[in-house]
Design a protein around this ligand. Sequence first.
Ligand code: HEC
Length: 416
Amino acid sequence: MVRGWRIRLHFISAAILSAMTGAPASATELPDGEALGFVEGVCTGCHGVSTITGSSGYDAQGWLDLTSTMIDLSGVPEERAQAMEYLALHFPPNRDRAPDLRPGDALIRFTEWVTPTLGQRSRDPIEAEDGSIWWAGQWGNLIGRINPETGEMTEYLLPPDSMPHSVTLDASGNVWYTGNKNGTIGKFDPATEEITVFDMPDPKARDPHTAIFDANGILWFTLQQSNMIGRLDPGSGDIRLARMKTPGARPYGIKIDAEGFPWIACNGSNCLVRVDPETMALTEVKLPHPKTKVRRLDIDSDGNIWFVNSSLGRIGRFQPDTGEITEWPSPSGPDSHPYALAVVDGIVWYNESRRRPDALVRFDPATEQFQSWAIPSGEVYAGIVRHMRPARDGGLLIHQSSTNRIIKVDIGPAVD
Ligand code: HEC
């Protein structure tokens, strides 16, 4: 079913946003202190306190830098100062989750943009043909556009409860988002600012997650908790769904190979899945270790499938022509939780999301060498890359979800 929706340009306050997200109250206790009530009051609207107790810690200025991208407390300067002192006293900088950063010869440069709506969980940047960068502000229920030439950013509020998990682009430059909370796919036309909403044909298909277009203009998407794969034909609006073979496989990342076959990463099981684009028949590739869970994958120019073994802290390669599977341990170890992954010019890029700083890792399959960098968020290190995609100039688009950062990574000698 297709519905029309007219977009409004919109900015919302963090207070409203907190109420909207309705995140669960936390299970972990914060230590006593004069600022306890205030911190609990303003910091648990979007996430639990375990986010704070498990953090890498900061000094008072660092806590202010970090939380200023989540909530604006400038109206209550005294309480804010007391809260930051309280946080710095009980959660000073620690190296509990420090990455094992590897030196190397490759040169990169980070360029950061801070998205406007606070605490929006900005993510999944993708570059359009005109050079603009689109992102999803999942908790802000919005999508946004950056003009990298001017730094100008525009946010577009989506129909209620869309909570977009991701954005992708079609060949005409329309921006498609996955309505993760209300079981929809939306198409945003940048020229008219109109949104067309496509409802799922089955109420069990609840949570469209990550989407990608194939060369024929068909939109393929995963539905993680629903354990399904979806196919949307924009011409007819027709949506078809297929259920994963393995219960709880939790289809997550998705990419299309050179022959037009979608490949799916299983975030709940040790599998990769190939989809027949005509029949939607699924072919499952079992990965060696039963405890493997794969967030994301990408495909190199030889047709090899590269994947993160998130649960075991490795990266892997599946060679469809031989069936061979090879894995390499990630530098920061078995619990480093590699998450997003993209292949750029034959080099595999991914991040170690359980480390603080979250490390951006470069792996060269030819030399089997790793090199890694701490991903910045202004003056602090915080956040996770949840999806990365190549930029058009051979660089990489990443983000830091905790600090509203969309980040471009320039790669190569020119950045020196
Ligand atoms: C409006 C929503 C919102 C509010 C209010 C909020 N946060 Fe956050 N916070 C976020 C988001 C979004 C993330 C990233 C979560 C994710 O990626 O899953 C985050 C992540 C964090 C992190 C993890 C940083 C890391 O290492 O990645 C810490 C620590 C944190 N918040 C502290 C606080 C504190 C302290 C307060 C109160 C002063 C606060 N937050 C209030 C939205 C919010």
